[in-house]
Design a protein around this ligand. Structure first.
Ligand code: TYD
Length: 143
């Protein structure tokens, strides 16, 4: 069955307990602020405006991305539609479902892109070939 792009990602707004001492953003997993239990966290920094990262889809992993510093853009693509989301606030998250093709790019020099995932790292669940991704999406659509 075909899944529409709008049902495959979501912009999230996290609670910001800012006061005169500064800001504190809280993200609780397991269905509270994230729709999954966090199994993995990684972050990307030192990429610049010429770099395109990602370029893959995941068979199982769901992700939430946050630019905790600086900004970047994320292009999400389900094989038929695509959309670009700019991440530019530490309290803004981007939820990505499994089987979404993604590209991260246009990193500001101070960008730190924090990523939380529902799964441990497993290279076998990464689809890194766009034509293969289109084939799998087509098979899913026909089911
Ligand atoms: P890569 O998938 O190219 O990163 P991105 O899609 O964010 O640009 O990963 C770069 C390298 O890091 C690659 O050798 C795999 C390794 N890696 C891990 O070992 N564990 C992880 O959780 C991630 C995201 C990458």
């Amino acid at each position: 069955m075909k899944r529409e792009l709008k049902d495959m990602f979501q912009v999230l707004q996290f609670k910001d307990f800012g006061d005169e001492r500064g800001n504190l953003v809280v993200i609780e997993g397991s269905g509270k602020d994230l729709p999954f239990t966090i199994e993995r966290v990684f972050y990307i920094y030192g990429s610049d405006s010429t770099v395109i990262r990602g370029n893959h889809a995941n068979l199982n992993s769901e992700f939430v991305m946050i630019n905790v510093a600086g900004k970047s853009k994320v292009k999400v693509d389900n094989g038929t539609e695509s959309e670009i989301i700019e991440l530019d606030r530490p309290m803004m998250g981007l939820y990505l479902s499994k089987m979404l093709w993604k590209e991260m790019y246009d990193f500001s020099p101070d960008s730190i892109l924090l990523v939380m995932s529902s799964e441990h790292y497993d290279e076998a669940e990464y689809i890194r070939d766009y034509d293969r991704y289109l084939e799998i999406m087509k098979e899913e659509e026909d089911e």
